[in-house]
Ligand binder design. Sequence first.
Ligand code: ZN
Length: 1024
Amino acid sequence: MTYQFLLRNEPFELDPQFESDLFEEKNGNELEFAIGKKCKNDWCSPNYIQWVQKSLNQLIKTGTKLREDGFHDSLTLRAIKSFQKQYGLKPDGEFGPITEKTLISKGASRPPELKQLPCSPTKAETLIEKLNKYRGNIPLHILLGWIEIESGRQIGRITNLCERGYFQIYPGEAKNRGIKNHQLLSYDEDHSIQSGVKLINYFIARTNILVKKYGLPNHGEVFWKVVKLHHWIPSGPEKILADMHTHGVKPSSWAAITSYALDLKNRGRLKKKIKRDPQQGIHNADEMLRKAGDWLKKLEANKSLSKESDKSAPELGWEAYYGNSDEQEFEIQDAPSVPMLLNCKKTLLGDTLCVKIGLGINIAPNKVDKKTGKPTPDAKFFKIQPMTGIFIPQAYVPKKEVNIIIYLHGHKGAYPGNAATIDDYWNGSKFPFFALREEVSASEQNVIFVAPTLGPLSQAGNLTTAKGFDSFLSKILAALNKHFVSKSSQQEVKNISRIILAAHSGGGSPMLRIAELQGSSNTLKISECWGFDSMYGEVEKRWADWAMSHRNAKLFIYYYDTASRSKILEKLSKERNLQNVCVHGWKKKDFADWVKTQPLLKKSNAGPHFWVPIIYLKERIQNTPCRVKQVASLSQSPARQREVILRFPSHRRMTMQTSKSPFLVHNYEFNPTAKYPLTEVELYKGKIKLASAGLPKKGNYVVIKEAPAVFLPEIIRKAREIALKDKKKDIAIKLNPDTWFRQFTRITFLGRRFKDGQYIHIEMAKLLKTIEGEFIKILGSSSAEKTGDILLNNSKEGISGSRKTSSTATFSMHMFGLAVDVNYLGNPYIESENDINALNNVLKSAALLMNTEVLAYKKETRGKFKDRFDYVQALDTVLENYFKLLDSPTELLKYLRDSQSSDWRRLTLSEAKTKIQSNLNNLAGFLARGKYKGYFKKNAILNFDKRFVVGMEAMGLHWGGHYGDMMHFDMRPTGVGYYIEKARIAYSKNVKEQARYLLREKKYGEYTPDKHFQNIGQRVAALG
Ligand SMILES: [Zn+2]
C-alpha cells in the first residue's frame, strides 16, 4: 500500500518524504486505525453516552446510579469497566461493537445511530495556516509538537476517556475551561484549534504563577515542558515544585526538576501526593518538546510553511513567553501591520484617529465573581470592538520620538454602556466628564493620547502581555505615521520615547499589570502612571513595590471613592521613603463645595467618581507638582503655560535625586538557597593619607593618615549607627564591622568573570545577580552571556571589583566591595583637568575637520543633552568617526577639501593623518589607554549599550559616568550601600575638619584620626 492510498483525500503538496516521515513516526503501529477499514465510530457522542448510562443503570443494580446526562465522566468510565469485567470482556472502559452487543444481549434498548469520525491526519500546511490564525503569542512549533504528540494531527482521534480533537481535550477539561460543544472538537478544525490554544493559554498562566512563586525559568524548553506537564495533570507541576521548594531545591532547569522527581525517594512521595507517577508526565513533556524541536527544524528548512500573517507575531525559536491569564481569548491577528482607519467623531481642536487594533479578546462578560474571576451565571457577554482612539492635539509637532499617554477606561456599565466603543466613551457632548481630548488639547503639550476600547469590566486582553503590549505600541506608531504624519509630509516618527499609563476606575487593574510586565522593552519607557480613582483590589503593596523598583518613574494616585486604599499606599510610600509617589484626594465636603462652582458638573448626574480623570488630567500632562492645594477649574480658557514642556524625569536628574533622597532597600528578590562561597578579604595595614592641610614646603603642614584595616571597619560601624537611627534594623544587622570583610565572593555577571584577585561583597553580588536576571527577562535572550553580549557591545572583558589590598584609593566604594568596573578598556575615567583639556582639544579638532558643532566635555551635562548617557555617547561618536578617518584616506581627503577651517585645509593628506594620529596617541596616553591604542581608536570613551546603563541605574546602582568614571557602577543608592555612602562622606568630612583644626591650632605634623574629634570640632566652632 502507498501513502497516496492512506491519505487519498489529502493529495500531497508538500515534500512527500517529509509528510510520510511524520506520519510514520507518529502513528507507528496505529496505522490500521486510519486506513482501509471503516473509520472509527463516535462512541463518545452525548446521545450515545446517555444511552450507555441509561442501559448501565438498568443492568447494574448495585452502587450509585449514573447521571443520564450524556457527559462522560469518571463514574461513567468506572461503570463501563465494571460491566466489561462482569461479562468477561476486556475492562478497558472503551466502547466498541462487542461491549455494545453485550449490553443489548443483556436487555438494553437499541442504541442511537453513530457518526463516523474523520480519520486521516490533517495536512501540515492547512494546520499551520489555521494555527497562525489563532495561536496568538504561542510559538508555532510548540503547538505543532503538542498536536503531534496528542493526536498525530488526526482531528478524529478519541480515547476511552473521550479525549477529543487535535489537542485531545478531556470532557471535564472542556467544561472547566468554558469550551462549549466538546463533540465539535472532533469535527470542526477551527474550533478544535481555538480550544487547544485556549487550554494552553490557561496552562501558561498557571506556569507563570510557578515562575513567580518558585523561580522557575520563564522561557526556553523548561518553561514549555512545565506548560505541557499541566496537561498530564493540572495540579501536578505545582505539587512537584512545592515539594522541591520545601527541600530547598531550585527548579532552575528541566534536568533539575526531572532528576528530583525521578529520584527514588522523591518519586514515591510525589506519586502519593499527585496520585500518578511523575514519570508519565515527564515523558510526555519530553516527547512533546522533541516533536516541537523536529517541527522547528522542518519549519526553518521550509520557510514557506511558517509564513506568518503578522510581522509582530513571535518569530520561531525558544523565545520567552510571558503569557497571561484566563482572560485571554482566542486571538485573531490583525493582518496588516498598519491598522485600518475607522470612522469616528472629531473634536474641535486636534485630530482624532480611530484605528482597528484587536486586543486578542472578542467578547467579555459584564459580571464576574470577585473570588474566582469567572463570569457569574447572570453575566452577559459583550463584543469588544477592536477600536483604539488616537488623539493628536493641535499643539503636536511630529518629531523623531513621540511621548504617548495610554488611557485605560473604567467599567462601562454606568457610562457609557457596556457595548460602547472609545468613540462613544470620550464623546464630550454626551458625557462631559469624559471629555478627555479637550483637556489634552488644553494642556498644549507635545503628546499623543491613546485610548483602546476595553471590555465592560476594562478587560484588556493581550495588552497586558509583553508581546501584546509591544505589538500594540508598534501599531500605534504605524497608524500615527500612515494616517497623520505622512499626510502632512512631516518628519516620520521613529520611536516612542516615553510612555505614560493612565487609568480611570477599573482600568487601574490592567494598568498595574502592564506596569508590572516583564519581557517588554517598552516597559522601560514607562515614566509615569496616573491612577484616577482606580485603587480597587489589593493593589497598594504592588504599587508601592512598583514605585520602589522603578525609581526613575513616578506614580500619581488621585482618589475620591478609593480613599482608603489610596491612603494605605500613601502610608507605605512614606514608610519606604518613596519620593516618586504622589497621592492626592479631596474631602467629600470640599468636593461638594467645588461642584457648586462648576456649571458642567451640576448639570450631570454622574457622581464625582466619574469626574476624577478630567479634573486632574490637564495638570498632570502639564507636569504640575504633586501637592495640589487648589484644584484648577476645568478648561474653558486656553492654558497659560504655553512654554511648559512635558518634563519627564531625566536619567541624570534621577540619579542626582537618589543621592539626596534615595529609596532605600532596593526590592531585590534573590534565590535564598543559592550558594555564594564566601571569602575574607585582607585589608591593607599600612597607613595611607586621608586628609591634609597647609603646605609641606612652608613647614605648616598637617597630614592625617590611617590604615584601611582600621578606618574601613570604622566606617561600617558608623553606617550601622546611621541605619539604626533611621530604624532600618534589617540593614543595620548586615553592617557588622567584624564580619563585613569576610563576606566577599566572586560571581559571573552577564556571563563575564571577575578578574583574578577581584571580589565583591555578597550584598553587591546578590544585587548584580538580580539585575542580571531582569536584563535576561527584558531582552528575552537565552542566556546571561548572550544578554551580556548585547548590553556590553560584545566585549568579553573581565570585571573588576575590590582588590584584596589597596594602597591608593581612600574612600572608594570598591574598598567596601560595593562597586564594579565594567568594560574597562572601552570606558575610561576622565578625571583630571588635564584629561578634560586633552579630550576637548581633540573634540575641537574633529569638529573643525568634519564641519560639525564643537562639542566639549564637561563635568555637568547641560544644553541639548538632558541625558548623561546620550551626552557622552555623542562625544564618543565624534571621536570614533574622527579616528576612523585614519583608515579611509578618501573620506579624509574629502573632509580636508570641505573643511571651513584653514588649519585643516592647508594640510596635505599625510600631514592630516599625522595630526589625527598624534591626537589619538596623546588622548590615549591621558586616559590611560596608551597600551590599548587600537581598542581606544575603535571604542573611544564609551562602550555600553544604553539599556545597560539605564537598566543598572533603574535597578539600584549609580553610574560613575556622571562624574567621568564611565566604567564604574556602585551601590550608593541602595540598601547597605546607601548607609555606607552616608558614613564614608561623614568620615571624610570629619578627618578634613580635623586637619584644618590642627592647622589653625598650629599643631603641624602627622596624625591619626581622632575618634572623639566631633566634640572638639563643635567646641571650636562655638568659641570661634
Ligand atoms: Zn570604579
